[in-house]
Design a protein around this ligand. Structure first.
Ligand SMILES: [Zn+2]
Length: 343
């Protein structure tokens, strides 16, 4: 069964006056094909894998309205339209009880989300794009960054269309960017907070560079000067551990994280940076695995007199201040403060 709607070279007047009307018009997952000035090559843009991350869809809508023509063909996939439209607009990462679509890009493709992911992979295969960019927002406010599974000049060049920070991660979570290993250069770009005007603007500027540059894959020796973060480790909560965010410890929760913990995003933390409070041992509360599959919990955090600290000088990022996301995904990612993996 085809879930996707296919639209080729739409007119600027086709889709309402704002992004909400645009999504209502689409009604469900949609694949656009835009003919480029050079129609021998194709680039792909994927966005709205998460329904609560509007910047990419807003930027693409703005592009359609502008009536501009891309340098090469563009395939744009707008995925979780139904989740995005579930009121209030752009508040649902996915529909209730559905799997996270950006964890579904590997078999088995059995449930609805898996089949949607499989169809996205088929669309990409059909068009064989020279590059794929998957645009996201972070849940809280924070700076932009790119993520890819391995680093080379092509991935660097793609990320640098948007941002100067690049995370290299081999976590194998079933994210779309993992197809890079055996298909086309694919990067995830997190343009910043989902409610930040700056993030919407960055998505727009980066999208224009991506659509309009004759070449987006590095062909020279350019040093993009990216700030690299290698093989981060995820700090996850154990099953049934309760978590809240507050300015002081809350008795009814196993863990209270400082409400301003997000401010450490991409900044350095030291062993005496207070992250929050906890009432049990590190390993009973948290799970973390290094690249070799060993437990890394006590290399990430330490609990002393009920206070939670980093285990050493670290760089933390993708810190969430949303307990639901912390519970279903992770609290944060960490590397050593020099950007190297935690050994
Ligand atoms: Zn996302």
């Amino acid at each position: 069964m085809r879930r996707f709607k296919f639209i080729r070279d739409p007119l600027a007047t086709d889709f309402g006056h704002n992004v909400e009307e645009f999504l209502r018009e689409l009604g469900g997952p949609t694949c656009f094909f835009l003919s480029g000035a050079d129609n021998s090559r194709t680039r792909a843009l994927v966005t709205l894998l998460h329904g609560n991350e509007p910047s990419g869809a807003m930027a693409f809508f703005r592009w359609l309205k502008s009536g501009r023509r891309p340098a090469v063909n563009v395939v744009c996939i707008v995925a979780s339209v139904a989740a995005a439209l579930e009121p209030p607009l752009f508040s649902h990462r996915m529909l209730p009880r559905a799997r996270d679509l950006n964890r579904c890009f590997r078999p088995p493709f059995e449930d609805a989300q898996g089949m949607l992911a499989e169809e996205i992979l088929e669309i990409l295969r059909m068009h064989h794009p020279e590059a794929v960019i998957d645009l996201h927002n972070t849940s809280g406010s924070g700076p932009s960054f790119g993520v890819c599974t391995h680093m080379d000049r092509q991935h660097d060049a793609l990320v640098s269309l948007f941002t100067q920070r690049l995370i290299i991660s081999h976590l194998g979570l079933g994210a779309l960017m993992e197809i890079s290993e055996h298909a086309y250069p694919t990067v995830t770009v997190e343009v910043g907070g989902r409610q930040d005007e700056e993030a919407h603007e960055l998505a727009w500027e980066g999208l224009c560079r991506y659509f309009e540059s004759p070449s987006v894959l590095d062909e020279g020796d350019t040093d993009w000067g990216l700030d690299l973060l290698h093989n981060p480790i995820r700090l996850e909560l154990n099953e049934h551990v309760t978590l809240t965010y507050a300015e002081s410890p809350r008795d009814n929760y196993d863990i209270t994280l400082c409400s301003d913990i997000e401010h450490h995003n991409f900044g350095g933390v030291t062993p005496d940076t207070l992250l929050g409070w906890a009432n049990a041992s590190e390993r009973s509360l948290f799970t973390a695995q290094d690249a070799g599959g060993r437990c890394a919990v006590t290399r990430l955090v330490r609990i002393e007199d009920g206070k939670l600290y980093p285990a050493g000088p670290l760089k933390l990022f993708m810190i969430t201040n949303n307990a639901a996301i912390a519970q279903s995904d992770c609290l944060f990612y960490a590397v050593n403060d020099d950007g190297r993996p935690i050994g």
